[in-house]
Write a protein that binds this ligand. Structure first.
Ligand code: FE2
Length: 279
């Protein structure tokens, strides 16, 4: 493992905004709200978890996407998805769906169970201008397909990208290069992980408490990381977190709801195409 030489500082701490989306799913919006509208190339990060079906059972009925990717990672429960082209499947606990919406899909995302815990995340990854109108594509992986790297006091699930220990996640041919790690830590353990210094990086505490570069972070807080070549942190309690980094696109962003393009004209075109049934 290559140790980071200069760990990244914390430059912003974001507590998510409680909101609802879809047909009334209660969730915490961590990226995509007023505190952190985006972190190039990431456009949105939602954390949904509840054991009350009233919070999630209405799901996300048919809705469109154009111009980016949605990454759904489930920790508990099941989510059935179905799109206008006839593609469907179920994401189960520990599984991930990496969907490249490209020029457009219309799909539904519905919890399959009627009681019990539903927990997971949806991350939106922007696509570069040259790839926004590409054909849609899915990568779907169940829990068994996601490799686990074990270090003393640390379990690292590598969903995308390559870990410091040299394990590469199963999501392949990433259009926008991204590292997506799910890290479980024993209390008192230290965790160090290199990250490409030119990438934007964030850490989101799912549960527990950690200290990053002298900054304490509680559950459901996001730390936006500054310049450096890696991250170094300590778990103050048994903890679990997401560590996500991506190559910034540095392109203009025009977004409205489920359409994320480079210009307002392209967003208007997306509305027209959707209303005309061209997705
Ligand atoms: Fe969606």
């Amino acid at each position: 493992m290559v140790d980071p030489l200069s760990p990244r500082p914390v430059i912003q701490v974001v507590s998510g905004l409680e909101t609802s989306d879809g047909a009334g799913v209660r969730l915490t919006r961590v990226i995509g709200g007023p505190q952190l509208p985006m972190l190039d190339p990431f456009l949105l990060l939602d954390d949904f978890r509840s054991d009350d079906p009233e919070d999630y059972i209405a799901g996300f009925p048919a809705h469109p996407h154009r111009g980016f990717e949605t990454v759904t990672y489930l920790l508990a429960g099941r989510m059935r998805h179905r799109d206008s082209a006839g593609h469907s499947g179920v994401i189960a606990a520990g599984g991930v769906q990496w969907m490249t919406a490209g020029r457009g899909i219309v799909h539904s995302e519905m919890p399959e169970q009627e009681d019990g815990l539903l927990a997971g995340f949806q991350l939106w990854v922007n696509l570069p201008a040259t790839e926004k109108m590409r054909a849609p594509r899915y990568q779907e992986l169940d829990a068994a397909a996601i490799p686990v790297e074990r270090r003393p006091g640390v379990e690292l699930r590598v969903i995308a990208g390559t870990s410091g220990g040299g394990i590469t996640g199963p999501v392949r041919e990433l259009i926008t290069p991204v590292t997506y790690l799910d890290v479980t830590l024993d209390a008192g353990s230290d965790f160090r992980e290199p990250l490409p210094s030119a990438w934007n990086a964030l850490l989101y505490v799912i549960e527990g408490a950690v200290t990053v570069a002298g900054r304490p972070l509680a559950a459901r807080q996001l730390a936006r990381l500054g310049e450096g070549d890696g991250v170094a942190l300590r778990a103050e309690a048994p903890s679990r977190l997401l560590l996500i980094a991506g190559h910034p696109l540095n392109e203009p962003v025009a977004r409205h709801g489920p359409f994320v393009m480079n210009t307002e004209e392209e967003v208007r075109q997306a509305f027209h195409d959707y209303q005309a049934g061209r997705f």
